[in-house]
Design a protein around this ligand. Sequence first.
Ligand code: GLA
Length: 386
Amino acid sequence: MDQVRELLAKFNSRFHSTAKVYRAPGRVNLIGEHTDYNEGFVLPAAIGFSCWVAIAPRSDRKLTLYSENFNESVEADLDNLKVHATGKWTDYPLGVAWALEQAGYRLCGANLYILGQVPLGAGLSSSAALEVSAGFALMHLAKHSIPLNELALLCQRAENEFVGARCGIMDQFVSCHGRAGSAMLLDCRSLDFQLLRLPPKVHLVICNTMARHELGSSEYNIRRSQCEEGVHQLSKALPGIRALRDVSLADLEEHRELLSDVVYKRCRHVVTENARTHWAAAAFESGEIATLHQLMADSHRSLRDDYEVSCRELDIMVELAMQQRGVLGARMTGGGFGGCTINLVQAVESDRFCERVAEGYQAAIGRRPDIYVCEASNGAGIAEPG
Ligand code: GLA
């Protein structure tokens, strides 16, 4: 049975009615890390793992949410959604319902059956996939049409204000707008984006370190504050700047004495990473794939040494990847402190790559990594039975 029919059958046996199904994907970021909340540039792609939501209306203003992953059901009242994070999966869909209503979109009561297939806690944006799929489903059910940019921004608002994570716009945006076969160069200030065809015969190979270090979310918010501190100090000499996006490497070097050593390093990562993201986009466009190897290696080093968001598992996974044949680039991807690496690998070499890296990682860390060979996929949408 195909995915959608199976979900409809499960919905029916739980809620005894027919439903519609929506999906939204996770993402992998090729380059441009920790630049989104600095109003800079990112180069992500939506991946083939999605969160699926089956939904049908209720006659009251209640939401009943069932998660197959957690085998848990909760009920909430649309007239009484409290901005109060519980630390559970329900914060994401309820946060989105709250943000949509706050923006003036009146929703209707609904039963939702949620099935997440994006690996949880792996840094592949399972939470953005859940937010966007739930938001899309709730909006369609209430017969509102909403521009995808606004949906992405409201999902980000849910995560910032309801869940309490100060993430940027990248994950929700690419989950909305991703396109099969393409990565996306996104300007996180204007939200203009350009789709870049990925080279044929190249696989996106994602290696999951299976490590997730607890300090991840608090360190993330600390990095954001350090960037804000950098802008605050630099603006004394550069009054026109609004974000690190506006600072060149020459400006940064010239006014280095305004910054503490740590803040200087954080700023240097962001400023150089923005430049690398542009070069990488140009390399994709011109087909000069060889340049990517250097850019991705420099990005990883900068995240490890200047931004200090890598960890031993990620560094080992990248080192192992660099030793394999057919590797066009390798680096950590996402927020860091565990999670995954992204590797661009020639299709003919990808089986061997997966075997070798898995063996090497197991020998070094004592744990078998999950490795996913992905394709760039389409963003959120309604899912019809096949
Ligand atoms: C997380 C956040 C994104 C982005 C990345 C780092 O995935 O959700 O907004 O900041 O980290 O690039």
